[in-house]
Structures are given as structure tokens and as C-alpha cells.
Design a protein around this ligand. Structure first.
Ligand code: DC
Length: 213
């Protein structure tokens, strides 16, 4: 079973995807980490993030073993990632790895922005996780301050809005709900309730597919 989970920054899709993967015993790929790692490597090499050709070369040479680097989890890394993610050549360079991860024998759970639309258009289940920008900013604010990082609520909301703008308006694989994805609106749900709702939607989609097949 392939589960595709897309949504905007700080929508909770990553936490949800991780829990869904554990629940079904499937491997999980947080595809945002790929773009974050490309930006990290480009910056380390002094490459301009707006230089598509050079950023694509960095993406082609990406070592996926470095995806557990804690430096990828910062606000700055997410911002830099959204800049390299605009380049079609960067996206193309990361496509094969994501597809081969998804097509493992038992299946996989992938989360990102374009999983249901581009990476796995034939996924068995597609969820689009969303929440208002204010709710997402508050969650991110609590997460960052909980980790001892000093930020203001206003600056976190401004970052979320800037990232939404970049992810929604880029020409290549913009963030959009796939026509056959189910919307999971989590503004009024905590993580446990969102998880239960996700499992219900996945079970419903799988039993529908079973009946159709
Ligand atoms: O999910 P995240 O916040 O870690 O993603 C960081 C950035 O990477 C995001 O702003 C846009 C980009 N991204 C993307 O373009 N496509 C994906 N499948 C995942 C992330």
C-alpha cells in the first residue's frame, strides 16, 4: 500500500505520516528533508540557491544517508529548501529516489507537497492535510519555543505565509490537492484525533478499492 500525504508547512503532515507508517509497519519518507538537504549542501558549497543548474547538480549528488542531520530541522533550512524546490531540474533530480522508495514491495508512506500529484499519482490512498495559517503558526511557535528556540509568534506566522506563497505559486509541481485526495482539515484536531481520522480515511479508501477490485 502506498500512502501519499501532502500539505503546507507545519500542517502536521510529517507527524501524521510517521504515525501512519508505524501503524501499518511501512517505511516512511519525509520528502521535505530531500529539499532541505539539497539547500544545506548548496549553501555549504557557497552556491546561490537561485542558480537552478548548480542546485540541480547538488541534488543529483545528494547522499540520502545524511537526511537525519538535525541541522535540517531549523526554520532557516525550511526556508532555503523552498527556494531550491522551485527549480524543475532540482525536482527532476530527486524524482527517481522518491519513486523507488514508494515502490518497495510492501509499500510506503511519503509526505511532501507533490506526492499525490507528481511522485505517486497512482498511490492507493492520498490525504491532503491542512489547517489555517494561524493554527499552523501557533503549532510551530510552540514546537520551537519548546525546543528552547527564541522566536516571536508574529515572525513564525510571517514565515509560514511566505513559505505558503512560494510553495503555492511556483511553476513546477506547486502545492495543490490532487483531485482524488481526501482533505483532512486539522485546525480543530489534536494529533491523536488527526491520527484517528487519518486511519479511518485510509481504511475507508482501502475497503472501497477492495470492493472495486
Ligand atoms: O515539508 P517541509 O517543510 O520539510 O518542506 C520544506 C520545503 O521543501 C517546502 O517549503 C517546499 C519543499 N518541498 C517540495 O517542494 N516538495 C516536497 N515534496 C517536499 C518539500
Amino acid at each position: 500500500m502506498i500512502v501519499a500525504i501532502d500539505g503546507p508547512a507545519a500542517s502536521g503532515k510529517g507527524t501524521l505520516a510517521k504515525r501512519v507508517a508505524v501503524h501499518y509497519g511501512l517505511p516512511h519518507l519525509d520528502t521535505g528533508l530531500l529539499y532541505r538537504a539539497v539547500a544545506r549542501d548548496a549553501l555549504a558549497q557557497g552556491i546561490d540557491l537561485d542558480d537552478a543548474g548548480t542546485a540541480a547538480k547538488v541534488a543529483s549528488g545528494l547522499q540520502v544517508a545524511t537526511l537525519d542531520d538535525p541541522a535540517l530541522r531549523t526554520v532557516g533550512a525550511g526556508e532555503a529548501a523552498s527556494r531550491v524546490a522551485r527549480h524543475p531540474a532540482v525536482r527532476t533530480a530527486l524524482l527517481a529516489y522518491q519513486r523507488s522508495f514508494a515502490n518497495r514491495a510492501d509499500g510506503a508512506v511519503l509526505d511532501g507537497r507533490d506526492i499525490g500529484t507528481v511522485i505517486c499519482p497512482d498511490a492507493d490512498v492520498k490525504l491532503f492535510v491542512n489547517a489555517s495559517a494561524e493554527v499552523r503558526a501557533m503549532r510551530r511557535f510552540l514546537e520551537l519555543t519548546g525546543r528552547g528556540i527564541a522566536v516571536s509568534e508574529a515572525s513564525v506566522l510571517a514565515d509560514i505565509r511566505a513559505r505558503d506563497e512560494r510553495d503555492l505559486t511556483r511553476g513546477s509541481a506547486p502545492l495543490v490537492q490532487a483531485p482524488d485526495a481526501v482533505l483532512l482539515e486539522t485546525s480543530n484536531l489534536d494529533i491523536d484525533a488527526a491520527f484517528r481520522a487519518a486511519i479511518d480515511l485510509i481504511e475507508a479508501a482501502m475497503s472501497c478499492a477492495g470492493r472495486a477490485g
